[in-house]
Design a binder for this molecule. Structure first.
Ligand SMILES: [Fe+2]
Length: 274
C-alpha cells in the first residue's frame, strides 16, 4: 500500500511560521492578509489569494504550496534493486526504516530500526543478506525504538552522529564513509531537525539513493526543532544538490527524488526556479 504524504499544506504553513517565529498577527501585518483569512488557512480552508499573500512572507513557493493544498501532486513511485522501505506504526504516527544491499555480494546496511524491525529482518533473510552495519539518521525515539532487537539479531555495529547518543552507538562525523559490498555510503551532517541529523548518500545501485531521516519529507521537511535556518540551508546545500535522479528516503512518508522535490516542495521550489 502506498504511504500517504507526511504533511498537508497547513502543516507546512505551521512549520514555516514556527521556524521563522512569525505569529498570525505578524504574518497578517507582513503579508497584508487578514488574521481571519490566515486562521481559515490553518483550519484547512484553501484560499489561493491568501496563500499567495502569505507564501512570500514565509519563504514558501506559492505555486508549489497551492498545488499541494489541492492534492495535485504526489511523488512518482521510486524503486531500485537493493533498496527496501519498512513503515511501522509508532503511537499515532508511522516511521520508516530502510534496508540497502549490494545485489551482487548480498552485504547490507540498515538505516534506523523503526518501531518494529521484524519485517526488515524477514526481508533480509528472504534475500539471503548479511547485515554488516546499522546507521542511524538521528536518535529520536521513533527511529530507534527497536534498535536493541536489531542489534541482537544482527550483531552489527551501530553508528550515530557524535552529537547525539543511543545505547552502544559508535560516534560518526560528517564526511565518514563506509563500504558495504560494492556500495559506498557517505555521511553528511544535515542538522536542524535534530543536533546530529545525518543524511547517508549511497552510490553503487542502479540509481543513487540518499537516506535523509527527518531532514526532508516528500513535499515537506521535519520540524526545525534545533534550528530551522540550519535545516532549510542543509536541505538546499547538502541534499538537493545531489543528482536529480537520487531517490530520497525520508523518515516519514513516501519515497521521492531530488528532481521532484526541487520542483514541488514548497520550502525549496522557489530556490530552484530557473
Ligand atoms: Fe525526528
Amino acid at each position: 500500500m502506498r504511504i500517504p504524504l507526511e504533511d498537508n499544506f497547513t502543516d507546512i504553513i505551521g512549520k514555516a511560521q514556527r521556524g521563522l517565529e512569525i505569529s498570525d498577527s505578524q504574518l497578517a501585518h507582513n503579508s497584508g492578509a487578514s488574521e481571519e483569512a490566515i486562521r481559515a488557512l490553518h483550519d484547512g480552508k484553501f484560499d489561493r489569494a491568501t496563500l499567495d499573500r502569505i507564501a512570500p512572507a514565509l519563504h514558501l513557493d506559492a505555486d508549489a504550496l497551492a498545488s499541494f493544498a489541492q492534492n495535485e501532486w504526489l511523488p512518482n513511485d521510486s524503486a531500485v534493486e537493493g533498496l527496501a522501505q519498512f513503515n511501522t506504526p509508532f503511537h499515532d504516527m508511522a516511521v520508516n526504516a530502510y534496508l540497502v544491499w549490494d545485489p551482487a555480494s548480498k552485504e547490507a546496511a540498515v538505516f534506523d530500526s523503526g518501531a518494529d524491525c521484524s519485517a526488515l529482518l524477514e526481508k533480509s533473510k528472504a534475500e539471503g543478506l548479511t547485515i554488516e552495519l546499522i546507521l542511524l539518521t538521528h536518535a529520536h525515539p521513533d527511529h530507534v525504538a527497536d534498535l536493541a532487537r536489531l542489534v541482537e539479531a544482527t550483531g552489527a555495529p551501530v553508528y550515530l552522529s557524535e552529537l547525539e547518543s543511543a545505547p552502544n552507538a559508535r560516534p560518526l562525523v560528517e564526511g565518514e564513509s563506509f563500504e558495504v559490498g560494492g556500495l559506498t555510503i557517505e555521511a553528511t551532517l544535515t542538522s536542524g531537525h535534530s543536533p546530529g541529523g545525518m543524511t547517508f548518500f549511497i552510490r553503487g545501485l542502479d540509481q543513487p539513493v540518499a537516506i535523509v531521516g527527518d531532514s526532508l519529507f516528500a513535499g515537506s521537511m521535519g520540524g526545525g526543532n534545533v534550528s530551522y535556518a540550519d535545516a532549510v540551508r542543509n536541505n538546499c546545500e547538502k541534499i538537493l544538490i545531489l543528482p536529480n535522479d537520487t531517490i530520497l528516503c525520508p523518515g516519514h512518508g513516501p519515497l521521492t527524488t531530488v528532481a521532484e522535490e526541487k520542483q514541488h516542495n514548497p520550502f525549496f521550489a522557489g530556490s530552484f526556479k530557473s
